[in-house]
Design a protein around this ligand. Structure first.
Ligand code: PGA
Length: 248
């Protein structure tokens, strides 16, 4: 049975999309539709330059916001990086860490991802720790092993820290490809993550699924006992589609 003590969470990951005019229209759509999806927490993770805009358009609406990356450092000579305290200045509730596009494109290691999660927590921001196997690893039957390896340094942060974060399972082969994991495939990995969280004293952490989630497949995923919501890329760029996922 679905554990109703974990409120569902749907987070949009805009990636490197949007501009001031587009965002303003998209956010107006979310504001207009949020009343219909009170049973679930809704958030958007946006490019850094738009945090100010997103804050001013979403404050008080019930939709929360965050960023897509954060520096592991508190402050200093780190040109181009953004500190967690800066995100807190814009009232970010969330920050994605360890998205597969950062692991593969920017060489982010499992331990760096855990450092970023710790930096976010220290600033009062909930990290959304992304894990997931590549197509090659998937085909080699290594999904559970890979996810365990990625999670290990995060689990080492301890139960108190874990209770404040969110995990997102995003099989790399399903991201932006239209190939969603079947609900059963996703549930198998989510149950495995849940076991590890339980062993670390944090069984109530929300575990989101990500990878080509849309209005048409969200309900079949959300019915699974360990899928507590979604991290949504492409479909978060259209208000009606994104809201239909939250309504599911
Ligand atoms: P997608 O992206 O929904 O476009 O597959 C998900 C993600 O990368 O977070």
């Amino acid at each position: 049975m679905v554990d109703s003590s974990r409120k569902r969470l749907v987070i949009g990951n805009w990636k490197m999309h949007g501009d001031a005019a587009f965002n303003s229209e998209l956010l107006a759509g979310l504001r207009a539709g949020i009343a219909g999806v009170q049973q679930c927490d809704l958030a958007v993770c946006v490019p850094f330059p738009y945090l100010y805009q997103v804050r001013s358009l979403l404050e008080g609406t019930g939709v929360s916001w965050g960023a897509q990356d954060v520096s592991p450092h508190e402050k200093g000579a780190y040109t181009g990086e953004v500190a967690a305290a800066m995100l807190a200045d814009f009232a970010c509730s969330w920050v994605l860490v360890g998205h597969s596009e950062r692991r593969s494109g920017h060489g982010e290691t499992d331990s760096l991802v855990a450092e970023k999660a710790a930096a976010a927590l220290a600033a009062g921001i909930a990290p959304v720790v992304c894990v997931g196997e590549t197509l090659q690893e998937h085909e080699a039957g290594q999904a559970l092993e890979v996810v365990s390896r990625q999670l290990a340094p995060v689990l080492a942060l301890g139960a108190e820290a874990l209770a404040k974060l969110v995990i997102a399972y995003e099989p790399v082969w399903a991201i932006g490809t239209g190939l969603t994991a079947t609900p059963e495939q996703a549930q198998e990995v989510h149950a495995h993550i849940r076991q590890q969280l339980e062993a670390a004293g944090a069984g109530q952490v929300r575990i989101l699924y990500g990878g080509s989630v849309k209005g048409s497949n969200a309900a079949s995923l959300f019915v699974m006992p360990d899928i507590d919501g979604a991290l949504v890329g492409g479909a978060s760029l259209a208000a009606t589609e994104f809201l239909s996922i939250a309504a599911a």
